[in-house]
Design a protein around this ligand. Sequence first.
Ligand SMILES: [Zn+2]
Length: 92
Amino acid sequence: MLRIPCPWCGTRDEVEFRYRGDASVARPAAEAPLADFTAYVYGRVNPLGWHLEWWLHTGGCRRLLKVERHTLTHEIRWVGAPDQQPPPGAPS
Ligand SMILES: [Zn+2]
C-alpha cells in the first residue's frame, strides 16, 4: 500500500486518495483540433521510472496533489500543490 504525504494533512494511506491521471501532460487550448484532445485523453505512455501524477485526497482535505512516484518501486520522492513543480535534477 502506498503512503502518500499530503502537504496539508500529513502522511496517509493510499485508500484515502484517488488517482486522477497524468500530471505531465498539458490540456490543449480550447481552439485546438479534435486530434489534440483525443491524444490528450487517450494517448498515454506507460513509463518505467519517475512519473508525475494527479492524486485527489478524497478522504481528507479533498485537495488535488501532484505526486512524483516511481512506477516500479512506488517510491514517492515529491508531493506538492497543483501549481508547483518537483525540483529539477533528479534522474528519471
Ligand atoms: Zn490532504
